[in-house]
Design a protein around this ligand. Structure first.
Ligand code: ADE
Length: 311
């Protein structure tokens, strides 16, 4: 895979800014809209959309349920904050290199964002996290990243970037506080929220029962195929990170395997066998919950942005 393409960032930034009015040239907050969550941009005012097709260095997003543009606009009630939302993101499973996946994050950082709110749809591994819960991510487990697929492999973002970036504090406590303050102001039930660890896997396959059990045993509450490369690139660029992970499905981890050996034996002995129902995850289910919870997430993100202290 090609290494990071830092050299083209200034020209990409220039190409984007040339399409924007002065007030939107320096967005303060970035938003990444996950599967089925592109409606987050609907609460922005004076919106200017720039299609990924028209941005040098941006790839095409190929996943159903994802759009493909940057939306610039203003958000908030008490303050008018210039923001930029990524409608659609790039995933390694689409065949994109990690440097392509994180390129938009680096461009957003170069446009001047100070904080980024990253949303995703993910599977719940923790049985206490119900479908529809918003999980405020406080830690991650980057399986591909530990094993050679780290987006920060290669040259550093700038001479100011440490070679060995500490990420033990990647998820800003100050931004996480704002989620709960916003939820309180909006009277969203407290039970709609949880905190947890997100395990990043490359996909595109959903996990086997053994893999689900493995990730759970390793301390993960959620599992998904995005976000972590973006978090690492944002932290490298000094951007504050908030991740909201919407639980769109439970990861099926059966306690007990179906024994074909016992079933056949029973059958041979002329006994009646009850066949277990096998559950499988579907992308439609993921998109459905995304749409169902879309309005709540939209209001929440808008309120959080309103609560971010002006710098
Ligand atoms: N995204 C939504 N559900 C998922 C799952 N179970 N595994 C990985 N990514 C997901």
């Amino acid at each position: 895979a090609p290494g990071p393409n830092f050299e083209t960032i200034p020209s990409t930034v220039e190409a984007i800014r040339s399409q924007l009015p002065d007030g939107l040239k320096n967005p303060r907050v970035g938003i990444v809209c996950g599967s089925g969550l592109s409606g987050l941009a609907a609460s922005m005012k004076e919106v200017i959309e720039v299609a990924y097709d028209d941005i040098p260095g941006f790839a095409k997003s190929t996943v159903p349920g994802h759009r493909s543009s940057l939306a610039f606009g203003f958000m908030g009630d008490s303050q008018k904050v210039p923001v930029v939302a990524m409608l659609g993101r790039f995933h390694p499973y689409e065949g994109h290199s990690l440097s392509t996946v994180v390129y938009p994050i680096r461009v957003l950082a170069a446009l001047g964002i100070k904080d980024i709110i990253i949303t995703n749809a993910a599977g719940a591994l923790n049985p206490e996290i119900k479908v529809g819960t918003v999980v405020v991510v406080r830690d991650h487990l980057a399986l591909p990243g530990l094993a050679g697929m780290n987006p920060l492999l290669g040259p550093t973002f700038s001479s100011a970037t440490p070679r060995f970036l500490p990420v033990s504090d990647a998820y800003s406590p100050a931004l996480r506080r704002l989620v709960f303050l916003a939820a309180n102001e909006l009277s969203i039930p407290w039970s709609d929220f949880a905190e947890g660890t997100y395990a990043w896997v490359s996909g595109p396959t959903y996990e086997t029962p053994a893999e689900g059990r493995f990730l759970r045993a390793a301390g993960a509450d959620m599992v998904g195929m995005s976000t972590v490369p973006e978090v690492l690139a944002a932290r490298e660029a000094g951007v504050g990170v908030l991740v909201l992970s919407l639980a769109t499905n439970m990861v099926v981890i059966p306690e007990k395997y179906r024994s074909i050996k016992e079933e056949v034996e029973a059958e041979l002995l002329g006994k009646k066998v009850e066949l277990p129902v096998q559950e499988v995850v579907s992308h439609e289910e993921v998109l459905f919950i995304g749409r169902q919870k879309g309005d709540m997430m939209k209001g929440l993100v808008e309120k959080i942005i309103d609560l971010i202290p002006a710098s």
